[in-house]
Design a protein around this ligand. Structure first.
Ligand code: UD1
Ligand code: CA
Length: 456
């Protein structure tokens, strides 16, 4: 039977106390709903329907890159009502899996077993929890067969003592949802149309409703407030760090590494504390990442060290390079093998040749550098005239003395030499020396000013 997935994501999320719709709050850098859609896509369903309401436009816009069917639920009249809105687009011969947009860590294995149970009758995902308050409770007969779900608010004192709860996630033949849901009423404490009411209806017709448990509790945890969101975030990050360690990465502290995206690592990579990886990060064999570094969409070649407090974005760092401490590599930075970027250096759209060095306090932007170049402390490429950006080309073996100002467009050809403190506005030819600073005068017999005598 074909599978279709309905994701309920219309709720407001009042307890987040936020202007952002709840399902757009990020977990590991990506919206909650994105995690759920991806879990659904793992099952290769025929269609994914996402029921949205609060902040619908914003949700749709931010997740426009997913090929899903957006269904608007104008008023949130309950989970049963939400599913009903999506049914017109669902084909009757399919199995339907219902997920929540705010239960982000649900795993494909758990979902696959739930779906497998739902070919002939509804199946529910349940969990046993230490504190069941607030959840719907699972009702079973004396033989242990599931007979229904009672919401916390509607439950008797005795029913509230049941610690098996409804996770909210279920699967059912589409035909069952189509037949039962229109008959579900809202005569209950919350005046809502409850989706789990279809279970008792199926049981009343003598059908066997099945249930299964999630592989781990974290999979079925929902996000209602920022505290719960953070609990999931920490657990998710801990798991990612653990995976890296099992793959051979030395992580200094499992609680002080955040991955918001994906990381691939060679062998014997080491990552110090308080490191954040964002987007796609690739680290070659033996790479060392110092403490307090942020790397976003960066590739680092084998044997390279990124020293403490460095920030790298959209950069391609070659092998055996050294970056930082306190370096900022901005988009378009490409370092060839053995290049070195030292402290308080900013680069942008800059290519450094093999073994080239910018060791201290410099800005290198819109610049192409050959091999073996040495850029002295405090060198600035003046790439911007207030309107346009201009390029600086620096040939192999060039030496630029400290505190030089290179006014682009400019070319310093191979083995050119710029004297310290120069402001260079004209191109420098091969092996030429450019000096552009006022000549020093030494005045002999000069008297230092003395302390003036005051009259009183
Ligand atoms: C629901 C279940 C409860 C279960 C609990 C697990 C019902 C009646 N109750 O309760 O048995 O233990 O989840 O967390 O199903 N939503 C919509 N449209 C609506 C209503 C809800 O899209 O009209 C979405 C919400 O955005 C949310 C999800 O459905 O993602 C669950 O809704 P929520 O109000 O949190 O249900 P609970 O009362 O927690
Ligand atoms: Ca909830």
């Amino acid at each position: 039977m074909p599978l279709e997935v309905i994701i309920l994501a219309a709720g407001q999320g009042t307890r987040m106390n936020s202007r952002l719709p709840k399902v757009l709050h990020p977990l590991a850098g990506r919206p909650l709903l994105e995690h759920v859609i991806e879990a659904a896509l793992c099952l290769q369903p025929a269609a994914v329907h996402v029921v949205i309401g609060h902040g619908a436009e914003q949700v749709q816009e931010q997740l426009a890159h997913f090929a899903v069917n957006w269904v608007i639920q104008r008023e949130q009249l309950g989970t049963g009502h939400g599913v009903l809105q999506a049914l017109p687009a669902v084909s009757r011969d399919s199995t339907v899996l219902v997920l929540y947009g705010d239960v982000p860590l649900i795993g494909p294995d758990t979902l696959a077993s739930l779906v497998a149970m739902a070919e002939v009758a509804p199946a529910l995902l349940t969990a046993r929890v230490a504190d069941p308050a607030g959840y719907g409770r699972i009702l079973r007969d004396s033989a242990g067969a599931l007979v229904g779900v009672v919401e916390h608010k509607d439950a008797s004192e005795q029913q509230r003592r049941i610690d098996e709860i409804n996770t909210g996630l279920l699967a059912a033949p589409a035909a069952d949802l189509m037949d039962y849901l229109p008959k579900v009423g809202n005569d209950n404490k919350q005046g809502e149309y409850y989706l789990p009411d279809i279970l008792a209806m199926a049981v009343a017709e003598g059908r066997a409703v099945s249930s299964c448990r999630a592989a781990s509790e974290i999979e079925v945890l929902g996000v209602n407030d920022r505290v719960q969101l953070n609990q999931l975030e920490r657990e998710y990050q801990r798991r990612q760090a653990e995976q890296l360690m099992r793959a051979g990465v030395a992580v200094a502290d499992i609680n002080r590494l955040d991955i918001r995206g994906s990381v691939s690592c060679g062998v014997d990579v080491s990552v110090d504390v308080n490191v954040v990886f964002e987007g796609e990060v690739n680290l070659g064999d033996g790479v060392v990442i110092g403490p307090n570094c942020v790397l976003r969409d960066v590739t680092v070649g084998p044997g390279t060290t990124i020293h403490a407090m460095s920030h790298l974005q959209d950069a391609d760092v070659g092998e055996r390079c050294s970056v930082g401490p306190f370096a900022r590599l901005r988009p378009g930075t490409v370092l060839a093998a053995g290049a070195k970027i030292g402290n308080f250096v900013e680069t942008k759209n800059a290519q450094l040749g093999q073994g080239s060095k910018v060791n201290h306090l410099s800005y290198i932007g819109d610049c192409v550098m050959g091999d073996g170049v040495n850029i002295g402390a405090g060198t600035i490429t003046c790439n911007y005239d207030g309107v346009n950006k201009h390029r600086t080309e620096i040939g192999a073996g060039v030496f630029v003395g400290s505190n030089s100002t290179l006014v682009a467009p400019l070319c310093i050809e191979e083995n050119g030499f710029v004297a310290a403190g120069s402001t260079v506005t004209k191109s420098v030819g091969k092996e030429e020396l450019a000096v552009s600073r006022s000549r020093q005068r030494n005045i002999q017999g000069w008297q230092r000013p003395g302390k003036r005598q005051t009259e009183d």
